[in-house]
Design a protein around this ligand. Structure first.
Ligand code: LAC
Length: 306
């Protein structure tokens, strides 16, 4: 049975654990530094598994040693964004948390694939890569499925087309400089612009960019259901060696003309983690937006020391 550890038993961590359990991808260890919290969540999740006949076991723990033998470690530990806070405001505080978690992963789960979910996403993933010292293929960040999912949701609500028939892609930062690619978004086999005019597409892009902040404004805390759902698809791609193309924050080593930085790009995910980075042919405008997004990420990364 594969083992999936989720570090952080807050809303995002428990949502990810639930959705991984729903897919019966493996047994789950839920870790947190708060005494009782992961144990209580694990008990609740085990009851969920009993009710739904999901044959997986969830264990709650405050001891990093319990991640031993993990195939995948999902990192959700960290502070979340408060209203009026940008993701980058979180940078310095969460970097310290990610460094600490990463050192434990290096020690107790040295063969695992690591999926970082903590914001600011791309820079935290870079931090985990630097601190674990793992090959870059084994350290990746979640967010692309979230941003593309939000864009697809808006298209679905406008056009009344099944989600199954709407596909899209996003590049760059998980943040305000994200680069959605309407040109490469398809409804059925046709490009989005056959169904929506330019102004409506621009509005959908803008609403997608602001969706995370809008959720915080409305309910007072960050999204967690949708992040949990997306994380479970990445875990599934790795555990089942799916070779699925998933927008993933990945280490660029000459890809898209960039080096030594993490940013969202389409990746083939399988048992090896990020098995391939797909280089899309971009228009000049898309490329310029991607470069601008990379610049934002480099500025953030430059504030950290390794
Ligand atoms: C979001 C934040 C949490 O996009 O990154 O919902």
């Amino acid at each position: 049975m594969p083992l999936i550890t989720v570090v952080g038993s807050g809303r995002v961590g428990t949502s990810a654990a639930l959705q991984v359990a729903m897919r019966e991808l493996g047994d789950i260890v839920l870790l947190d530094i708060v005494p009782g919290l992961p144990q209580g969540e694990a008990l609740d999740l085990n009851h969920t598994c009993a009710i739904l006949d999901l044959d997986v076991d969830v264990r709650g723990s405050n001891d990093y040693r319990d991640m031993e033998g993990s195939d995948v470690v999902v990192v959700t530990a960290g502070l979340t964004r408060k209203p009026d806070m940008t993701r980058l405001d979180l940078l310095l505080k969460n970097a310290e948390i990610i460094k600490d978690v990463s050192r434990h992963i290096r020690e107790y789960a040295p063969r695992s694939k690591v999926i970082v979910v903590t914001n600011p996403l791309d820079v935290m993933t870079y931090t985990a890569y630097k601190t674990t010292g793992f090959e870059s293929s084994r350290v990746m960040g979640f967010s692309g499925l979230l941003d593309v999912g939000r864009f697809r949701q808006i298209i679905h609500s406008r056009l009344g087309v099944s989600y199954k028939s709407i596909r899209g892609m996003v590049l760059g930062e998980h943040g305000d400089s994200m680069v959605l690619l309407p040109r490469l978004t398809h409804v059925g086999v046709e490009p989005l612009h056959r169904f929506m005019d330019e102004k409506t597409i621009a509005e959908a892009v803008e609403a997608t960019r602001k969706a995370g902040a809008e959720i915080i404004r409305l309910k007072g805390w960050s999204a967690h259901h949708a992040p949990g759902a997306g994380v479970s698809l990445m875990v599934q791609a790795i555990i089942k060696d799916e070779k699925a193309v998933i927008p993933t924050s990945a280490y660029l080593d000459g890809h898209y003309g960039e080096r030594d930085i993490y940013a969202v790009v389409p990746c083939v995910l399988g048992a090896g983690g990020v098995e391939k980075i797909i280089e899309l042919e971009l228009t000049d405008e898309e490329r310029a937006k991607f470069k601008a997004s990379i610049k934002v990420l480099r500025e953030a990364a430059s504030q950290l020391k390794f």
